[in-house]
Design a protein. Sequence first.
Length: 330
Amino acid sequence: MRIFSNSITIFLVAFSFVFCKISAQTNFDDYDSPTQDWIFGDAPEPKWVTVLLKGSHSIPEDTEFILSIPILESAVTYEAIVDSNASFEVTDDHLIITPKEDFHGYIFVNLKLDMSFILKVNPVNDIPILAEIEPQSIEEDDELILNLFALDMDGDNLTYGATIDGNGIVNTEGDILTISPNQNYNGPINVSIAVSDGKDTEESGFNIQVLPVNDAPIIDSINSQSIIEDSSLRLLLSGTDVDGDTLTYSADAGENAKVNIDGNQLLIIPDNNFNGIINVMVKVSDNLLNDSLVFPLEILPIKDAPELANIESQSIIEDSSLRLLLSGTD
């Protein structure tokens, strides 16, 4: 509750007009306000507002002048002094000034009043304030999890939301923000966040830099292969690397075959007359990481012609014979 005192000086001129010079200094405890000025009206229907009306009132000689003091749901105490040319009476919220009979001229009136009133401060919704989030960085194929925070002076329940400009998925659950970049993506992601108290919304944003991480190359699958004995196998190798690195290939066929790599072309030459299964390992590398696979190569047997053992040059005498022991292999 606030208490103030008003000091009001009034000059009356009977028969012609009334000058009202109203000076009301309002003093609040521990606070000095600007000057407050009140308006007072005349009888029989008093009018009042809470701004200063500078002007005049006129009353005929031998009539009363009445000031109506506004009452704001509280008691008002009056104290008035008039000069010898008039008398006054305080009745409820009216100050009645009665000039002397046949008097005309100026009347000096000093009015003091004490008034109390109640000032109600109506609530206004305060917009929640989001805590600032600094730029973030994560490695490729990782996700970012943050706790969102906002201050609301009214203590309202807050709801959070977020969006991104692409290249990932965003999710908010309560005050937990989760951002999952697309697989193998690296680069910037712009994040917009918002908080609402159900009436007003505050928005903010921050940036995420997804740092590149080397990805291993992937070699394309190779089905089982087969060739006939004493032939060779030529294959075109292929692989993928999401980072676009240059790929190199290598292979190993064990003891029963030889391999040769020319770029991405693989040549396998089994040993002569070998038949059976050879497990061939093929590897692709980006010089940091690699991928490999093993595929079976079946060498199918074929019928080999027998081979006669070498016979050296022979000589015999005339009218004789030659007997030799022949041998061969198959």
